[in-house]
Design a protein around this ligand. Structure first.
Ligand SMILES: C[S@@+](CC[C@H](N)C(=O)[O-])C[C@H]1O[C@@H](n2cnc3c(N)ncnc32)[C@H](O)[C@@H]1O
Length: 426
């Protein structure tokens, strides 16, 4: 493949990035082999997106940088007319970072620059069939993982035939977008740190979506993860399996998969008992009802899945136990109020789940994945198997104290064969 000096290629991209009239968007991602991690504002980042937006104060370069867990957006005043060098300086700072790829779209062309080992670059440039018109409106939402007119969203009925998200499906779109955004970050991190093996076309990453329902998440995840990096995807071969107890979900989802040409399996069965030919490596569960989330987490542990992302649904089990058991002192002031008791039950349930996963050798983060103004079901448990199992010590004691104090029997503990924090043989 023909190469050219990386600096020369980046100097050309700099010209496109600085052109606030013709730049549509640009994405810098990955890192150069043998170089450090790119940083923005002193924070390590894995991906940065740039575009120009028109704000009240004039045209600005908008830079959205993604670290492992979050997106950060900053706006820089642009243009010689204003006398401001802010946008230019921001672009130069980004070009100085050791990103492995730059994808730059202008109104008439697309460019992809991939840095190779010896500070050389492989560059692909192509003319667009037709010039595009750029939207410069200030979109307060984060850049999209799946564009509204993506064929997957149309096939799922989230977008209409014109490629616009239907007003009634906005919440679903936001939820799936955010889940996929976190999945992208978690898989990138797990691949970088070696917690997940590097998948190949012949041996793709095995992902299961437990309680998949109409498989919005299954298809959106497949689309984003398999799309090439120069189109904004992750470029990872994956095989998706959806599990749901409903036959009609499997029938519907198989039809959609065939329509989209996606190779995915849909298994009819319960999360607890569904049989899969091979143990999945990534386990997803989005709003599996009540203790079905516990079933999903227990299966993930049984399979030894390196990565688990679960956004729990309603939390009836512990809530019902709290209603029956006497409240330990001095927490009666909290549980006296129904709404606070329910919230406490939610927190207790997810805290217990996180502790149990940690005892099973997972590193666990509990994060918000959709703003709480949109839905109360906005918590996600993100667990990466690090292999360093906790056999005893303070975590186990803390866990025992917690369930002992509240007198609860967590479903996940039973599924994992632990009672009062103890597990046979551990
Ligand atoms: C609230 S829906 C969520 C569907 C999908 N994950 C989403 O977020 O769009 C929950 C789904 O989980 C399925 N489900 C609940 N409990 C289950 C279980 N124990 N085994 C298999 N599927 C289950 C239901 O049939 C339903 O389709």
């Amino acid at each position: 493949m023909p190469t050219e000096p990386l600096l020369r290629a980046l100097a050309r991209m700099r010209g496109h990035l600085l052109d606030a009239d013709t730049l549509v968007r640009a994405v810098a991602s990955g890192r150069q082999k043998g170089a450090g991690v790119p940083e923005v504002g002193g924070r390590p980042v894995r991906r940065v997106e740039l575009r120009y937006v028109d704000l009240k104060a004039g045209r600005h370069l908008q830079v959205t940088s993604y670290d492992e867990t979050q997106a950060h957006t900053a706006n820089f005043l642009s243009g010689p007319a204003t006398g401001s060098h802010a946008a230019k300086e921001a672009i130069d700072d980004l070009l100085d970072q050791p990103f492995g790829n730059w994808h730059v779209e202008t109104t008439t062309q697309t460019h992809h620059v991939r840095a190779t080992k010896r500070l050389e670059a492989v560059v692909h440039s192509a003319d667009r069939a037709e010039p595009v018109v750029v939207q410069r409106g200030h979109d307060r939402d984060k850049p999209r993982m799946l564009a509204e007119d993506d064929p997957v969203l149309k096939a799922l009925g989230i977008s209409d035939a014109q490629g616009r998200v239907k007003p009634t499906r906005q919440a679903k779109y936001r939820q799936v977008e955010e889940f996929v955004r976190l999945l992208d970050a978690a898989i990138t991190d797990a691949l970088d740190k070696g917690h997940l093996r590097k998948p190949t076309e012949a041996d793709p990453l095995r992902i299961v979506d437990l309680g998949c329902g109409n498989a919005y998440l299954t298809f959106a995840a497949h689309r984003h993860l398999t799309r090439p990096t120069d189109e904004g995807g992750l470029g990872v071969p994956v095989h998706m399996t959806g599990v749901d107890v409903k036959q009609q979900s499997a029938d519907h989802n198989s039809r959609v998969a065939a329509e989209l040409g996606i190779d995915a399996d849909f298994v009819v069965g319960t999360i607890g008992d569904a049989e899969l030919p091979d143990a999945p490596e990534v386990v997803l569960a989005l709003h599996a009802c009540d203790t079905a989330t516990d079933d999903a987490l227990a299966r993930a542990v049984e399979w030894g899945a390196p990565l688990v992302l679960a956004a729990p649904c309603c939390h009836h089990d512990i809530a019902a136990q709290l209603r029956k058991a006497p409240t330990p002192a001095p927490y009666a002031v909290l549980t006296r109020h129904g709404i606070l008791r329910e919230r406490l039950a939610d927190t207790l349930t997810d805290g217990i789940r996180a502790a149990l996963l940690r005892l099973e050798g997972y590193r666990v983060d509990v994060v918000e994945f959709v703003g709480s103004e949109h839905t109360p079901r906005n918590t996600m448990l993100r667990a990466t198997r690090t292999g360093s199992g906790v056999k005893g010590g303070s975590l186990k004691k803390e866990y025992d104290d917690l369930v002992g104090t509240w007198g609860v029997r967590p479903r996940l503990a039973e599924l994992l064969g632990r009672t009062a924090g103890d597990r046979p043989g551990s």
